[in-house]
Ligand binder design. Structure first.
Ligand SMILES: [Zn+2]
Length: 430
């Protein structure tokens, strides 16, 4: 106890390489009886339980039995203000925004409401084993303050920013090009780099921004290239037609961002389903991140992300819930949907690839992979213990498993918050 060291025992899973490009047996690092040493909020060491117990006899031991210890999940694209309207019925993208999303987002001018939903959101994501989120806020600076305050109070790593819109949105949800720049700059200077928080410059998407607003945010990004920039790209075909009508000079959807300084490394492009060859090539060339949101893509009827093709061509890909266009807070459910979308596209993602996407892959997409998303010495100790027999249906399937992947896959496909046995944030058990 007095040493300040904690040794967590269980099955352990980390990654030495990306399992899309390295054979799974070499990419994954699995110990049947493993251990993770936590020291000063960081991972001090990983290895076999016997070795680490011998090396650290003074550590406080927490034995998680057969639970699988891994990095906490990293959700690379979400909308926390949509928490209370998740699972809203019957609309596709544009109607869904107008009918459900914009009326709800209007409520976030009220700082007390924003604080209530932000707290609820982080409690839900943590109970689902998600230890880092990258979220859109609303147009209101109050919504950004509420988000970062709630993250800070829970000591979680979080990225987010004010969602900027200056056209094609209702009264009360529009700013101007200048306000977008000014508000974002003030919020960025207030929150970026504080504790575990990062400010993300956030134009919602091209249809709700004028060229002037995109240019203003492009200028802000050029002044703060260490901030991520998040937006949406090519989610639905109707949306793409709308964008091309609004930007007649643009070569394609991506060009509406590129022409205004909003394409670069550190760019996080949500969805990226219906890409032209030029868009694919440019995104690869600048090493931008594509964020796959499979439960959203099926729920809103958007289409099938080309995971096999885009990973094969070396694109940087992350995984996300897209709450509340996505239909779950759970990254387990999100991995299951990614598997299903892959099957519909003719490729079965390996459990190691799914799990990598939800942890190290998303951390890499956010360019935080030297800090979070893996079990390795020096990384921040954001961990989960996953119960691989959390329901009778899962337990009876896992019982027949011949290896860790067969044991893990039923939890990926059928698991939910009940599978999250414990969560550590910055080395502290929640
Ligand atoms: Zn989104």
């Amino acid at each position: 106890m007095m040493s300040g060291k904690t040794l967590i025992l269980g099955q352990t899973l980390g990654f030495d390489a990306d399992p899309f490009h390295t054979p799974v047996d070499e990419a994954a690092r699995y110990e049947r009886r493993g251990a993770v040493l936590i020291e000063n909020g960081l991972i001090g060491a990983t290895g076999s339980a016997d070795d680490l117990r011998a090396a650290h006899p003074d550590a406080d031991v927490r034995d998680m039995g057969d639970a699988l210890i891994s990095a906490g999940f990293v959700d690379a694209h979400a909308h926390y203000p949509q928490t209370a309207m998740i699972a809203s019925w019957g609309k596709r993208l544009i109607d869904w925004l107008n009918t459900y999303t914009f009326p709800e987002e209007s409520k976030f001018s009220d700082a007390a409401y924003a604080a209530e939903i932000a707290g609820r959101y982080f409690d839900l994501t943590l109970s689902n084993g998600t230890t880092t989120v990258c979220s859109y806020c609303t147009i209101h600076p109050e919504s950004v303050d509420a988000y970062f305050s709630a993250a800070q109070a829970r000591r979680v790593r979080a990225l987010g920013g004010k969602t900027c819109m200056d056209r094609n949105a209702p009264d009360g949800l529009r700013d101007t090009a200048q306000d977008a720049y000014d508000d974002s700059k003030v919020l960025l200077e207030k929150w970026h780099g504080l504790d575990r928080l990062s400010y993300a410059i956030t134009p919602r998407f091209s249809p709700t921004s004028t060229p002037e607003q995109l240019a203003a945010l492009g200028a802000l990004w050029a002044e703060h290239p260490d901030c991520p920039m998040q937006t949406h790209l090519s989610e639905q075909t109707d949306e793409i037609d709308w964008v091309l009508g609004l930007y007649p000079q643009a070569r394609d959807y991506l060009d509406t961002y590129e022409a205004h300084g909003l394409l670069g490394p550190g760019g996080l492009y949500g969805h990226a389903i219906h890409l032209t060859n030029r868009e694919r090539d440019r995104l690869r060339e600048v090493d931008a991140s594509l964020i796959h949101c499979p439960t959203s893509n099926t729920f809103i009827g958007s289409g099938l992300f080309d995971m096999a093709g885009l990973t094969a061509s070396g694109h940087r890909v992350g995984l996300a819930t897209d709450t509340g266009g996505g239909s779950s807070f759970s990254m387990l459910r999100t991995m299951a949907a990614a598997y299903e979308v892959g099957q519909l596209n003719g490729s079965a993602l390996h459990p190691a690839q799914l799990y990598w996407l939800a942890t190290a892959g998303s951390a890499r997409a956010l360019r935080l992979d030297s800090q979070i998303g893996n079990l390795a010495a020096g990384m921040e100790a954001d961990l989960i213990a996953l119960d691989l027999s959390s329901t009778p249906a899962i337990a009876q399937r896992a019982e027949r498993a011949g290896d860790i992947w067969e044991a893990l896959f039923p939890t990926i496909m059928m698991g939910d918050a009940r599978a999250i046995k414990a969560v550590w944030v910055g080395g502290q058990m929640r």
